[in-house]
Write a protein that binds this ligand. Structure first.
Ligand SMILES: *Cc1c(COP(=O)(O)O)cnc(C)c1O
Length: 342
């Protein structure tokens, strides 16, 4: 049964699965010297219109984020981020661990999005060697609450970062969903708007495993291969991570998948609104946050639905995936209508 608990509860999309099977012939160079990993690197350079960008594959988003931040921050430095950011709330201090102690400084601004004022205030909070030194800004795109930064918003935030000498990391676990919402070019949403390194997710968008770390400032990627190896993030049979990634990029399957999950989230929000349930954040990606009364939540769960209560007792998070069907969305809508007596 399809669920709304997480987009990573979905399986592998058919294109990625076919690539996995077709990569499974014969012997192939290991540790990233295979033809698919090389093809993926070339595809990333083309996608981002950046001949200098450097791509690495790691197993998951936590590693992508933590290792990217380790490449930016020394142990006494700090990353500025949102209070709801995955690096702050969901990574068991992996960023602190892999940076050797660099702190996260958070701001709790509306709709999961940092503001220029908040970034400036965090950047100015400490001065002098008794405190941590601000070094990086991390933006999540799309955000943890399913909103999206516009290109202008990214530009404004990164220009504040530049004024304070900060490097910019983007947690793009759902970068595809953001781009599917905004349209435009991946380059404009990243390096042309001041992003130095992107954690580029694909697991939630139809792969089994494997996130890319893309450095637009190649000087920051110095010795990154050693970080990947030391932290146990180097796949020896990397072709099985890279081949499905290539398949996701071929013909823009990654955008097709993200457009679908975004569309299902919009549909779900409409169904929920029709029952009188309040939507808590603008629905701009594949997440819907809704205020569902506790008894209605219980009734839905009794019917077998699985989803998380995220904010307080009634703020529920409903995630749509690349394969979420309109039928699943409509059935959830009907069950909710019944649960709230509409
Ligand atoms: C899922 C997610 C990640 C990566 O999580 P892993 O479970 O480590 O793959 C990173 N950032 C955000 C915003 C996420 O939603």
């Amino acid at each position: 049964m399809q669920q709304f608990a997480s987009d990573n509860q979905a399986g592998i999309c058919p294109e990625a699965m076919a690539a996995l099977i077709s990569a499974n012939t014969g012997h192939e160079a290991s540790y990233g010297d295979d033809r698919w990993t090389n093809e993926l690197k070339a595809r990333m350079r083309a996608l981002f219109e950046n001949e200098a960008c450097e791509t690495f594959l790691v197993f998951n988003g936590t590693a992508a984020n933590a290792l990217a931040l380790a490449a930016l921050c020394r142990p006494f430095e700090a990353t500025l981020c949102h209070a709801l950011s995955h690096i702050e709330t969901d990574e068991a201090a992996a960023p602190e661990f892999f940076t050797g102690g660099a702190k996260l400084l958070v701001a709790d601004t509306p709709d999961g999005k940092l503001t220029p004022d908040a970034v400036e205030a965090l950047a100015k909070r400490y001065e002098g060697f008794h405190h941590v030194k601000a070094r990086a800004l991390s933006l999540t795109q799309s955000t943890e609450v399913g909103t999206v930064y516009s290109v202008d918003e990214i530009r404004t935030l990164t220009s504040v970062a530049r004024r304070f000498g900060l490097k910019v990391h983007m947690d793009g676990a759902r970068f595809a969903n953001a781009l599917a919402n905004l349209g435009g070019r991946p380059a404009d949403l990243t390096w042309r708007s001041g992003v130095d390194v992107l954690s580029f997710g694909a697991t939630k968008n139809g792969l089994a495993v494997g996130e890319a770390v893309v450095f637009f400032d190649a000087s920051l990627a110095d010795a990154f291969a050693w970080r990947v190896k030391q932290t146990g993030q180097l796949a020896s049979k990397m072709r099985f991570v890279a081949a499905p990634w290539c398949a996701l990029m071929e013909g823009d399957v990654w955008l097709k998948n993200a457009r679908h999950s975004n569309a299902m989230a919009k549909r779900l929000a409409e169904r929920l609104t029709a029952t009188g349930v309040r939507i808590l954040h603008p629905v701009q990606a594949n997440a819907v946050f809704a205020d569902i009364p506790v008894p209605a939540q219980a009734a839905l769960r009794a019917k077998g639905w699985r989803f998380y209560t995220f904010l307080g007792e009634t703020g529920c998070r409903l995630m749509c995936a690349w394969d979420t069907s309109a039928e699943t969305v409509d059935r959830f809508g009907r069950d909710l209508a019944e649960a709230v007596g509409r």
